[in-house]
Design a binder for this molecule. Sequence first.
Ligand SMILES: O=C(O)CCC(=O)C(=O)O
Ligand SMILES: [Fe+2]
Length: 318
Amino acid sequence: MSLSKTQIATSDKVVANNSALQQARALALPSRNEMLKRAPTVQRFWDSNRVLLENAWQEWDELNKQLAEWVTESLISEPLRNAVALAWEDPAREQAVANLWEEVLPGVYQAQLFDVEKLHLLRAYLDGVADAGIPLRPPYGIALNRNGGMLDARSEGYLAAPAFQEFYNLIMDKYMRPISRMLFPEIMGFDTQTFGFSIQYQEGMDTSLRPHTDASAATMNVNLNLPGEAFKGSEVDFFNQETGKVTRTVFAPGVAMLHRGSVPHAAQPITGGSRTNMVLWLYGDRMQIPRGVSLTSMADAKSRWTVPSNPKDSFAPF
Ligand SMILES: O=C(O)CCC(=O)C(=O)O
Ligand SMILES: [Fe+2]
């Protein structure tokens, strides 16, 4: 087949009609029902279109440079960004990073991850992603979350836009892993692999999550709601297994909650507005997580502030 030179306009850009972007936009997505049944055709859809979708996201990224331009480390809240930069230079200074994380209940920490003034730039990018017309696989953890998307390259149908991938990997490697190692020493070595997804709760759509633990060593859950973008309900409850105490948390815009995957938690029903977040996991090769009595790792600060050289595997819980 000869390649057509015909071009058609999409928004303000011009896309060749035989491009990966156009082909990806023409794909018929598996139905929600097929996804809920985990039909084999769904897996085939994502597997057989993997390269096409990656190419489509790459094209989309190039056409949307004005959106991607801000999706960089500059979105990280300045105190955390500065403290983390110093810790990478000199791991003996890591305590200044730990000091920015407040323990809201035993083993659950929160900090300002994103600068609230800049968060709209990330949301604008993600709104562009949602409007790109490229099939993005929604996460199916406990429930299928229709407005979410898989973020890590290990997941089929993931958000493969190069600008986003660079940003995602930076958050995982430069921030989440060394910080998790500091707060949860026993995860050292069970943190080589990354996994992530975005979710959105909305009344009448996807509303809550029953109590569960995550199949991760550590989970970082980041609220992407903007200041003024209010929602009702949708608190995240954390259960202290030793005392039976339940701590109800409400995330402020740009705040990250960091906890071991083994801490039970649940999302209460949302009764107004919407809540958008990004959930990031670390686990070991072949999805290994620390088990049993948590032994404090003997790792020193210098080894915490490193990026493991283990090759990425493709184990994913969903
Ligand atoms: O609603 C939340 O923020 C929690 C999400 C969560 O626990 C999960 O997706 O595993
Ligand atoms: Fe969870």
